[in-house]
Design a protein around this ligand. Structure first.
Ligand code: SAM
Length: 245
């Protein structure tokens, strides 16, 4: 099934927002000023671009293939330049950006080798890339796999393994600096807000599992949420840092 982000764009911001911990990681690693050119690749509705522009006043750009998602982004902040594009078509000059990041996007890219070739072209020497994703171990540990078991199977097929990303990065002459885990093994409260996210299919995998499994999982989740909320352990995300030298 092909995901329709024009349709998803109508509800995306009801259930998804920028992760402040992740933005702080960018701020720790990169020096931002008005001269710093940043690309949010697969920027969606601009939740991250908007926050980063406001926090740093850097020169922020976004690439996004879906017209619906991009239109939402444009309405949030008119100081950011958004362009239609995808991994095969990133219409910026060579050696243009100081920093490229992607949040929750790499599993949508059908050919990451082509994407890294484009990233290498548009990144300045000394420029960095940060990819936020999940390892297969993290996918298996998501607390909601209990409710929707095939999400783990579907996502392990969509998300490239961290080591495969490393190999492709290096084959393209870029430097794989490090991968690190953020936001794991802490306590999280699951409440009605998460229920709303599931009901609105706020993660793309909910569009990809059988409808019957989705309904059963939702039913079980609602039963567990009878008491309003419960605690789980977070599975975390992986950040991959890359450099062009
Ligand atoms: C889960 S959303 C993440 C949006 C945003 N990065 C965020 O964190 O809110 C995934 C985004 O990837 C975009 N996308 C899908 N295929 C893409 C491609 N080939 N190149 C670039 N972006 C793509 C989708 O249109 C969608 O906006």
């Amino acid at each position: 099934m092909k995901l329709n982000y024009n349709k998803i764009s109508k509800q995306y911001d009801d259930v998804r927002e920028a992760d402040v911990e992740l933005i702080n990681k960018f701020l720790e690693e990169i020096t931002f000023d008005e001269e710093t050119k940043i690309l949010d690749f697969g920027c969606g509705t601009g939740n991250y671009t908007d926050k980063i522009k406001r926090l740093t006043n850097a020169d922020v750009y976004g690439i996004e293939p879906s017209d619906g998602m991009r239109k939402k982004a444009i309405t949030k902040n008119n100081k950011i330049i958004y362009k239609k594009g995808n991994h095969e078509n990133i219409s910026f000059p060579d050696n243009f950006f100081n920093f490229i990041y992607m949040t929750d996007v790499i599993h949508h890219i059908p050919d990451i080798d082509v994407m890294f070739k484009e990233f290498k072209r548009i990144l300045k020497k000394g420029g960095k890339i940060c990819i936020e994703t999940e390892s297969h171990e993290q996918i298996e540990k998501r607390f909601y796999v209990k409710y929707f078991p095939s999400t783990a199977i579907i996502d392990k097929a969509r998300y490239p393994k961290i080591n495969d990303i490393k190999n492709i990065v290096e084959e393209n002459g870029l430097i794989f600096i490090k991968s690190l885990t953020i936001g794991d093994a802490s306590e999280r409260t699951v409440d009605k807000k998460f229920l709303e996210l599931v009901e609105k299919k706020g993660y793309s995998m909910f569009h990809l599992i059988p409808e019957k499994e989705f309904e059963n999982g939702l039913h079980e989740l609602k039963k567990d949420l009878k008491e309003e909320s419960f605690k789980v352990e977070t599975s975390g995300d992986t950040l991959i840092w890359i450099e062009k030298i």
